[in-house]
Design a binder for this molecule. Structure first.
Ligand code: HEM
Length: 406
C-alpha cells in the first residue's frame, strides 16, 4: 500500500483514478479525513464516515431506497431493467417494503437456513475433492462461484445445470447498477431481465402444476404461498423477488469467499492462527466481510431537507453510502487496515443496517464458515500460484481469478 495521500478534491465515482480498484481504501481514508460529505459533479454526495452511514441507514423515512426517480433517466421508464430494479425488495420503501420483506422472512427462517448446513458441507467437500485430485484450483471458478449459486438454486428449485446461464444474467443485471454504463451494457442488462423473467415464469407455472415436486425449491413455494395483510405477492413481484434473490444471493457470497481466501493466503500468520484455534472461524468471517465488503455502495435519496456530518443536504439529494470506507473508519475500528481474524467487536456495515439489512445475512455467514473452515482445515499448505485479478467494478468488489495449489 502506498503511504502518500491521494488528492481527492476532484474525486468522482464516475471517473475513478486508475489505481482505485487495486486499493480504494487510500482514497477512502483521504475522503473521510478531508471531505467526508463529498459532493460529486452530478450533484450526488459520497459519505465515508461510519457514523454518517449509520445515521442515514437508521432513518428510512428521511432517506428513501425507492429508485424510480434515479432509474427512469438511467434505464428508461418501462424498460425491463427499470421494471426489475424498481420492483425488487431492496429498492422499495414502506409500506410495500414491509409487506414484501415480511414475506421473505417467512421463507428465510433461521431453522430453514440451519437445515441447509449439511447440504452446504456436502457441496464444499465435493469441490475440495476435485481440487485435491487436480492439485489446485481457480478459487473463483471452482469454489467460490459454484457454492453459493448451487445453494440458492436449490432453495428456489432450479436445475443445477442452469447455473452458468443464471450467473451471466445476474452479472448483466447487476452491472447495470454501476455508476457508469455503456450502451452495450444497458442492452445486455435489459435482455437479461427479459430472458430471466421468461425462464422463471415457466418454472413457477411448473411448480403450480406440481406443488409437491420434491423438497428442493422450498423457498420458492414459501414465497408463492405466503400472505401478508391478506395478500400474496403478485406474479410480477414474485418474478422480480426471485431474480433479485438469485442475484443478491450468490455474487456477494462468491466475493466474500474469494476475498477471504486471498486475504488469508497473503498472511500466513493468520492461517496459522486459524489452524491453532479453529473456533476463530466466526470472527474470521466477520473480518473478511469488514475488510473487503462485497457490496461497496448502497444509495439513498433525501425525502426531506437533512443535515449529515454538519452539512445541509436538500430534499432529493442522492447519497452514496460507501460501505468499504465506513468499514475502515478508525473512529469505529482500531487499526482498521490490519486484517485480524480475532477482531471483536466488529460491527461492520457489509450487510447494511436498518430496515433493509440483508435478509440473507445468516445464509452468507453459514456459507463463509463452512467454506473457509473446511478449506483451511483440509489444505494446510494451500498457497497462491498467481496474483488475484480484480474486476473493474466499483459497486461490487469482485475477484475474477485466484489460482491456488493445494
Ligand atoms: C456475503 C454475502 C452478502 C452480502 C455482503 C450482502 C449484502 C447486502 C446488503 C449491503 C444489503 C442492503 C442493501 C441496502 O440497504 O440498500 C442486502 C440486502 C439484501 N440481501 Fe444480501 N448480502 C449477502 C448475501 C445475501 C444472500 C445469500 C441473500 C439471499 C439468499 C441475500 C438477500 C438479500 C435481500 C433479499 C436483501 C434486501 C433486503 C431488504 O431490502 O429488506 N443477501 N444484502
Amino acid at each position: 500500500m502506498t503511504t502518500t495521500e491521494p488528492d481527492i478534491r476532484d474525486f468522482d465515482l464516475q471517473a475513478v483514478p486508475g489505481d482505485f480498484i487495486a486499493d480504494p481504501y487510500r482514497y477512502f481514508a483521504a475522503l473521510r479525513e478531508h471531505s467526508p460529505v463529498h459532493r460529486l459533479p452530478d450533484g450526488s454526495v459520497m459519505l465515508t464516515r461510519y457514523d454518517d452511514l449509520c445515521a442515514v441507514y437508521r432513518d428510512p423515512d428521511g432517506w428513501r431506497s425507492g429508485k424510480k426517480a434515479d432509474f427512469a433517466p438511467k434505464f428508461g421508464p418501462g424498460s425491463p431493467l427499470y421494471e426489475h430494479h424498481t420492483t425488487s425488495v431492496v429498492f422499495t420503501d414502506p409500506p410495500d417494503h414491509r409487506r414484501i420483506r415480511n414475506l421473505f422472512q417467512a421463507a428465510f427462517t433461521r431453522k430453514a437456513l440451519e437445515a441447509l448446513r449439511p447440504r452446504i458441507a456436502e457441496l464444499v467437500d465435493g469441490y475440495l475433492d476435485a481440487a485435491e485430485d487436480r492439485g489446485g484450483m481457480d478459487v473463483v471458478e471452482d469454489f467460490s462461484f459454484t457454492l453459493p449459486i448451487a445453494v440458492i438454486c436449490q432453495m428456489l428449485g432450479l436445475p443445477p445445470e442452469d447455473r452458468v446461464l443464471i450467473r451471466d444474467w445476474a452479472v448483466a443485471i447487476l452491472t447495470a447498477l454501476e455508476p457508469k454504463l455503456t450502451p452495450e451494457q444497458l442492452d445486455t442488462g435489459n435482455r437479461a431481465v427479459t430472458d430471466f423473467k421468461a425462464y422463471l415464469t415457466d418454472l413457477i407455472a411448473h411448480r403450480k402444476a406440481h406443488p409437491t415436486d420434491g423438497a428442493d425449491g422450498e423457498v420458492l413455494t414459501a414465497l408463492m404461498e405466503a400472505e401478508e395483510d391478506g395478500r400474496k405477492l403478485s406474479e410480477l413481484e414474485l418474478l422480480h423477488q426471485c431474480i433479485f434473490m438469485l442475484n443478491a444471493g450468490h455474487e456477494t457470497s462468491t466475493n466474500m469467499i474469494s476475498h477471504g481466501v486471498h486475504e488469508m493466503l497473503r498472511r500466513p500468520d493468520q492461517v496459522a492462527r486459524l489452524h491453532t484455534d479453529p473456533g476463530l472461524i466466526t470472527t474470521m468471517v466477520e473480518e473478511v466481510l469488514r475488510f473487503q465488503a462485497p457490496i461497496q455502495i448502497n444509495n439513498r435519496r433525501a425525502a426531506r431537507d437533512a443535515v449529515v456530518g454538519g452539512v445541509d443536504l436538500p430534499e432529493g439529494t442522492v447519497v452514496h453510502l460507501m460501505i468499504g470506507a465506513a468499514n475502515h473508519d478508525p473512529a469505529q475500528f482500531a487499526a482498521p487496515e490490519q486484517f485480524d481474524i480475532g477482531r471483536q467487536p466488529n460491527r461492520h456495515l457489509s450487510f447494511g443496517l436498518g430496515i433493509h439489512i440483508c435478509a440473507g445475512n445468516t445464509l452468507g455467514r453459514i456459507e463463509g464458515e463452512i467454506a473457509f473452515g473446511k478449506l483451511f482445515a483440509r489444505f494446510p499448505n494451500l498457497r497462491l500460484t498467481g496474483p488475484a485479478k480484480l474486476a473493474n467494478r466499483i459497486r461490487f468488489r469482485e475477484v475474477t481469478e485466484l489460482p491456488v495449489a493445494v
